[in-house]
Write a protein that binds this ligand. Structure first.
Ligand code: ADP
Length: 209
C-alpha cells in the first residue's frame, strides 16, 4: 500500500507522541478531526496504527514488509484454487491429450474406479507416451501416469505459502486439492503455479485486504 504524505506524517506523530488522541493529531496538523478520520481508518486497517478507547492511537511497530508477510501468511489454498480436470484411469492417452487441449490445463488428475485419486498426468508425460509408434487410443492413462502414493497433494485449508513450497520442492507445475475419504483421497480442486502467481499479484496490488 502506497501511503500519502499526510499518512506518513501521522505515523511520525504517533511514533513520537503515542498514545495520542485523534484530536491531538489533528491539532498538530492544523486539520479538523473529521478530515483526518479516513486517514486514521486506513492506517488502523492496514495495521500501522492501533487504537484503544480512551487512550488513543499508538504505533504497532510493524513495517510495510512485515504487514505484507502477515497478509501473505493468511492466504489459504481454498482462496485461490481452480477447478480440477479429472479423467478415469481407463481413458486412453489419445482422449486425454484431446481433453488437455480442450480444457486448456497443464496437469490432469486420474481417478480409480472408486473415484479416488490414483494418478497425475503432465504435458510431458503425454508427450513421452506419444514418441513411440504405439496406438495412443489403445493405451490407458494408468500405464503412463505418476501414481499414488507418490502424488503431492494439498488441502483447501492449507496455507498457500506451504503449498507453493511443495510445488518448488517437488519441481511440479500443479497438484490436486483433495478431501480425505475412508479409502483414499478425493480431488476437489487444482492448485498450480498460475494460482500462486495470481495471489502474488493480488497482494502486490492490495486487492486482498
Ligand atoms: P511437465 O512434466 O509437463 O514439465 P510437471 O513438472 O508438473 O510438468 O511434471 C513433472 C513430472 O512430475 C511428471 O512426470 C508428472 O507426472 C509428475 N507430477 C506432476 N504433478 C505431480 C504431483 N502433484 N505429484 C506427483 N507427481 C507429479
Amino acid at each position: 500500500m502506497e501511503l500519502s504524505k499526510r499518512q506518513e506524517f501521522i505515523i511520525e506523530i504517533v511514533k513520537e507522541h503515542g498514545p495520542i488522541t485523534g484530536e491531538k493529531i489533528a491539532e498538530q496538523l492544523n486539520l479538523t478531526r473529521a478530515t483526518l478520520r479516513p486517514d486514521l481508518a486506513i492506517l488502523t486497517m492496514a495495521g500501522y496504527l492501533d487504537a484503544r478507547p480512551r487512550v488513543g492511537y499508538f504505533f504497532t511497530g510493524k513495517t510495510g514488509t512485515e504487514l505484507l508477510t502477515e497478509k501473505l501468511k493468511k492466504f489459504e489454498v481454498g482462496d485461490f484454487q481452480s477447478v480440477p480436470i479429472v479423467v478415469d484411469e481407463n481413458v486412453s492417452v489419445y482422449d486425454t491429450i484431446v481433453n488437455m487441449f480442450l480444457e486448456d490445463v497443464g496437469t490432469i488428475f486420474v481417478n480409480d474406479q472408486d473415484s479416488k485419486l490414483a494418478g497425475v498426468l503432465s504435458r510431458k508425460d503425454l508427450l513421452r507416451a506419444s514418441i513411440g509408434n504405439q496406438d495412443l487410443s489403445a493405451v490407458p492413462v494408468h500405464i503412463i501416469m505418476t501414481r499414488m502414493p507418490n502424488i503431492a497433494y494439498c488441502f483447501s485449508d492449507d496455507l498457500l505459502l506451504d503449498a507453493a513450497q511443495t510445488l518448488i520442492d517437488r519441481q511440479i507445475d500443479g497438484m490436486p486439492v483433495v478431501e480425505r475419504k475412508e479409502e483414499g483421497v478425493e480431488v476437489i480442486g487444482r492448485l498450480t503455479k498460475t494460482n500462486v502467481t495470481k495471489a502474488l499479484v493480488e497482494l502486490g496490488r492490495d486487492e486482498h485486504l
